[in-house]
Every structure is written in structure tokens, then in C-alpha cells.
Design a protein around this ligand. Structure first.
Ligand code: HGY
Ligand code: MN
Ligand code: MN
Length: 412
């Protein structure tokens, strides 16, 4: 790799600050949920930047945006890099955005130095990585990797019943390109760690060797609405009380699997939501994670057993539906080695790390040699408007991406 090739840290940071202005949150972060008007606005900006960089832009039928830079041999499968521009409702300025903008910065740097690669380069913005508006997460890369059918992907709906297909049409990103089904030479994704390990160990780069498994559930607890003043305690079928016991059980399952186990109830809605009515029904979501498959299975079994026990003891119904399962994944050794070599060549303090969060790379690993590059985020905080990263860390990660992409693009 040419040794004088360096990315432009201030251009990379400035791009982040421009994106951060689109879909601002209430406390300094972002609320740029998938396929909203602010998502359209940031997509338009990304497309403009790609066209200004001389890239050929295509949008696939799930709305993912690909921008292509030709190589010497365009029969070779492209080296792809990217991430997502959609955010959580109370999201930060770097989750996903860093991966898309680092890939764009690599292209801008290659353009600045007139570098031609053997294989073509492509950069990507995946639709709906977060899965908060349209569960489950990573749906577009999931369709690309064949995990979901296109029909399934387009039919996913938000709480108001609006589908991904309808919203793509509404914002003008219902593309025509086929989703996946084409060879990819390698896929790289830069991302903030979203946890505290790199920062605590003073590492500027994480060489991501894989990602832990994740499962999402939707749960309906059905008891009986009745008068809060007239119904004796022992005659109640209180759905919120049962849900509270289930929340405790979920937390216990996560605690029992420390240090790597994770278990979270993120949404809990009690109905009818009146102070003097005993809740008759509760909807809640559960997110469980672990790096090992067998332990994930054990957590799943423990959760279902706890739900059944509470339902029987409280004489009510608890319906548990698994809506997402992403097994643990190991990334490609050659791609991981290219990332590690990039960090070593730049003299960057780094360590191997398993991703606690899900990423589009998890699905891309099924159809392409894949690896990720992490950088620290302040206090390990993410999915929070206070999410923050340092310009120098973003630049370090982006430099490693440049190295890894060139390594794979010019590999014989
Ligand atoms: O849920 C996740 O791990 C990712 O942030 N979508
Ligand atoms: Mn992300
Ligand atoms: Mn996220």
C-alpha cells in the first residue's frame, strides 16, 4: 500500500458534523429514524457527496444505497464498506454514521491521490439497521444476505402500520436494483464500539473478530381489567404485576450469564393505562444476547420457563413470540488480519474484540468475507444522545479501513 496515503481527519469530522444537523434530537444527538423525512434528507446528502466523488449510485429494492468506484478489473467482485445512517429515537451522532462516512473518506482519499485499485470499490448505506421503527434490526442487509425474503423485508411495518415498502416509495428510495445475489469480494464496517472496553484499555482501534448472538421477543401478558377499588387483592389477574415479575426474571437470566450475557426489557406498555383500573394487558419486548450459541439456547429456555411459571401462578396468559434471532458470528480471518495489519502498520494501540451490538456486517458475513473496525466512544455510551467520539479516533479507524480495503482490493 502506498505509504503516503493518509485520510483527511478534518474532512471526516466535518462530514459527521454536517450529518449530525439532519434529524436533530432534543439533547444534542439525533432522531433520524428509518425512512422518515430526515432519513430522506440524509440519504439525499449522501447521494450528492457520492456523485461529487465521481461514484455511480444505485439504490436497491430495500432502499440501500450503493456507490461504486471502478477498478482496473471491473470483472472482480467489489470491495464493499459502509454501515447505516438511520438512528435510534434518542440516538447519537456516530452510531452507523461513522461507518458510512469512513467509507466515503476512503474514496475521497483515493481520488485525491489518483489511486486506482485492482478490484472496484463500493460504499453502502443500509436501510433500517436499527430496527427501532421497523423491527427487526438489519433488515436490508438481511435481505441482501438471503436471511429474509424481499417480500418479508418490504412488508415490515411500524407501530402505525406503515410498511417499509410504502415508506420507501414515499421518500423516493424504492430502488430497482436487485437486493444481493451478486458476489462481494470483502465487506468492511467501521463502527464505534458502543461499550467501554477500548476506552478503558486505552486502545484506539478494536479488531473485531466476530459478533455475539441476539434474540428479540415480543410478549403479550393478558389478565383481566377490573376496578382498583372493589377487587380484593387475592382475586386479581393483574397483567402489570405479572409483567413486573417477568422483567425481574429477564434481568436474573442476564445476571446469571455474566460477564457476557445481556438481557433487556426495552418496551413495556400497560393497558388501559388508567389509575383506577387494574391493567388487563401488557405488551413488552425482550432483547437477549450472548457470544455462545448453546448459552443463548439456555437463556431462551430459562426465559420461556419463567414466563410459563408466572402465567400459571398468576392465573393469566403470557404469549412469547421470538421475532428475531441472529446467531453468534465469526468474521473472516483474512479480513481480520488485514484490519490488524492496518492498525499495526500505523502504530495504533489495538486489541481483538467481539461485538456486543448487532451490525449489518453480521449478515454480510454470510455472503462475503467480512470484518469490522471499532473505535472507542466516550464512556462506552451509545443509543443515547450523549454518544461521543474523538476526531483522532475516527481518523485512526478510517485509516485502518483504507489499509484493509486496499489490501483486499489489490489481493491477487
Ligand atoms: O441492536 C443492535 O445491536 C444494533 O444497534 N442495531
Ligand atoms: Mn449501528
Ligand atoms: Mn445502533
Amino acid at each position: 500500500m502506498p505509504t503516503n496515503l493518509h485520510i483527511d481527519p478534518s474532512r471526516l469530522w466535518d462530514a459527521h458534523m454536517q450529518v449530525a444537523k439532519i434529524g436533530p434530537g432534543l439533547r444534542g444527538g439525533n432522531n433520524r429514524q428509518s425512512l422518515t423525512d430526515s432519513d430522506r434528507e440524509v440519504r439525499d446528502l449522501f447521494v450528492r457527496w457520492c456523485e461529487e466523488a465521481g461514484l455511480t449510485v444505485t439504490v436497491d429494492r430495500m432502499g440501500s444505497i450503493f456507490a461504486r468506484r471502478p477498478g482496473r478489473n471491473n470483472d472482480l467482485p467489489p470491495i464493499l464498506a459502509g454501515s447505516h445512517l438511520d438512528t435510534q429515537p434518542t440516538g447519537g451522532r456516530f452510531d452507523g454514521v461513522f461507518g458510512v462516512l469512513a467509507a466515503l473518506e476512503v474514496v475521497r482519499t483515493l481520488n485525491d491521490h489518483g489511486v486506482e485499485t485492482e478490484a472496484p470499490i463500493e460504499i453502502v448505506n443500509w436501510t433500517n439497521e436499527e430496527g427501532s421503527r421497523f423491527p427487526p434490526p438489519m433488515i436490508a442487509s438481511g435481505v441482501f444476505a438471503g436471511v429474509f425474503s424481499l417480500e418479508e423485508g418490504l412488508a415490515k411495518a411500524d407501530a402505525d402500520g406503515r410498511t417499509i415498502g410504502e415508506e420507501l416509495k414515499r421518500i423516493g428510495y424504492a430502488g430497482e436494483a436487485a437486493v444481493g445475489g451478486r458476489p462481494i469480494g470483502a465487506y468492511f464496517e467501521c463502527h464505534i464500539e458502543q461499550g467501554p472496553i477500548l476506552e478503558n484499555e486505552g486502545c484506539q482501534v478494536g479488531v473485531v473478530t466476530g459478533a455475539q448472538g441476539a434474540r428479540w421477543y415480543e410478549v403479550d401478558v393478558t389478565g383481566r381489567e377490573s376496578h382498583a377499588g372493589t377487587t380484593p387483592m387475592e382475586l386479581r389477574r393483574d397483567a402489570l404485576l405479572a409483567a413486573a415479575k417477568l422483567v425481574q426474571a429477564v434481568n436474573r437470566i442476564g445476571l446469571d450469564q455474566r460477564p457476557d450475557g445481556r438481557a433487556t426489557v426495552g418496551i413495556l406498555q400497560a393497558r388501559p393505562g388508567s389509575p383506577n383500573v387494574i391493567p388487563g394487558s401488557v405488551f413488552l419486548t425482550v432483547d437477549m444476547r450472548h457470544p455462545e450459541g448453546p448459552t443463548m439456547t439456555a437463556m431462551d429456555e430459562a426465559f420461556r420457563a419463567a414466563a410459563a411459571e408466572i402465567a400459571s401462578a398468576d392465573d393469566l396468559a403470557i404469549d412469547v413470540r421470538e421475532i428475531w434471532h441472529s446467531p453468534p458470528v465469526a468474521f473472516d480471518e483474512a479480513c481480520v488480519a488485514a484490519v490488524r495489519a492496518g492498525a499495526e502498520q500505523a502504530g495504533i494501540r489495538h486489541r481483538d474484540i467481539i461485538s456486543g451490538a448487532g451490525h449489518d456486517a453480521v449478515y454480510m458475513a454470510r455472503v462475503a468475507p467480512t470484518a469490522m473496525i471499532f473505535v472507542p466512544c466516550e464512556g462506552g455510551i451509545s443509543h443515547n444522545e450523549a454518544e461521543n467520539a474523538k476526531p483522532e479516533d475516527l481518523a485512526a479507524g478510517c485509516g485502518v479501513l483504507l489499509h484493509a480495503m486496499l489490501d483486499r482490493a489489490n489481493a491477487r
